[in-house]
Write a new protein. Structure first.
Length: 278
């Protein structure tokens, strides 16, 4: 049980796979821009970064050479825990999504089931989830269980029963809320998901997509959870006011956390929380 005074894990998700560079020039889509983002966000209070990589044309890619380059860029510029997305974009083949672990991140996202994703489908068939989970265990990569829907809470129970604890022995969850097709970005949905999390869960965070971002931040803090923020999830600060940088979203999360007497943890504390110190 997290206390209201416990340090706050802030994960920044700076890029995502859905927004085009030409629509949002401030989106970090090169290793240099990501390195600067990592530095600024760490200074602002983030301790983990969730990375989607872009190619030289700013398009989403899972090319392992580029993934390694981006991982190195973050490690050179910051101490942030490096979490690579295995979700990629809705168009990425499952085989390539497994190869993300070849880039040797500290952590990886692991979505617990298939979700309608706007007009698309974010595909995570059960055999793929099992394969990716076992691969993360073999490689010593710490998974973040990403839950887009309440059914995925139960899928996580099933996965832990079948394959045991993740690498590092800690169980960290991120509730991704407000995706059109997934669970609603509301306090009620958050409470329902948290109530049913497996007892093995050692930490959880939440992020609300788009206009649900603030209500999910407030709900998570009031339930003792952690936060994920970033331009993968939201591009406006309020109606019609564009986000200028990822650090701005981290700063806002820090300020809201401070009202709840939750102060941002350092990357070293995040490593302990996530089981990355062994
Ligand atoms: N881009 C979404 C289709 C993840 O990073 O693992 C999937 C996603 C989840 O963002
Ligand atoms: Zn992502």
């Amino acid at each position: 049980m997290t206390l209201m005074t416990d340090p706050l894990l802030i994960t920044v998700a700076p890029t995502g796979a859905e927004t085009a560079k030409q629509d949002c020039p401030q989106l970090p889509t090169t290793p240099e821009e990501l390195a600067k983002t990592a530095q600024d966000c760490e200074r602002a209070g983030a301790s983990m970064i969730h990375i989607h990589v872009r190619d030289h044309d700013h398009q989403p890619t899972l090319d392992v050479v580029l993934l390694k380059e981006w991982v190195a860029a973050v490690r050179e510029s910051s101490d942030l825990v490096v979490q690579l997305s295995t979700g990629g974009s809705v168009h990425d083949p499952l085989e390539q999504r497994l190869q993300v672990l070849d880039a040797e991140p500290d952590a990886c996202s692991l979505t617990m089931g298939t979700t309608n994703f706007g007009d698309d489908v974010f595909s995570n068939p059960w055999p793929f989830v099992c394969e990716l989970y076992q691969l993360s265990q073999e490689r010593g990569v710490v998974p973040e269980f990403e839950l887009f829907d309440l059914g995925q809470v139960h899928a996580m129970r099933r996965l832990l029963d079948r394959y045991g604890l993740p690498a590092g022995g800690k169980v960290h969850v991120d509730l991704v809320m407000g995706v059109p097709g997934g669970m609603n970005g509301t306090t009620d949905a958050l409470v329902a998901a948290v109530r049913d999390l497996p007892v093995e869960t050692t930490s959880w965070s939440a992020t609300g997509i788009g206009r649900s971002t603030l209500s999910v931040i407030l709900a998570s803090l009031s339930k003792g959870g952690h936060l994920r923020v970033g331009m993968e999830d939201v591009l406006t600060l309020s109606r019609g006011v564009p986000v200028e940088s990822n650090a701005q979203l981290v700063e806002r999360a820090v300020a809201i956390g401070a009202l709840a007497q939750r102060h941002p943890m350092k990357p070293a504390e995040a490593r302990t929380l996530l089981g990355l110190t062994g």
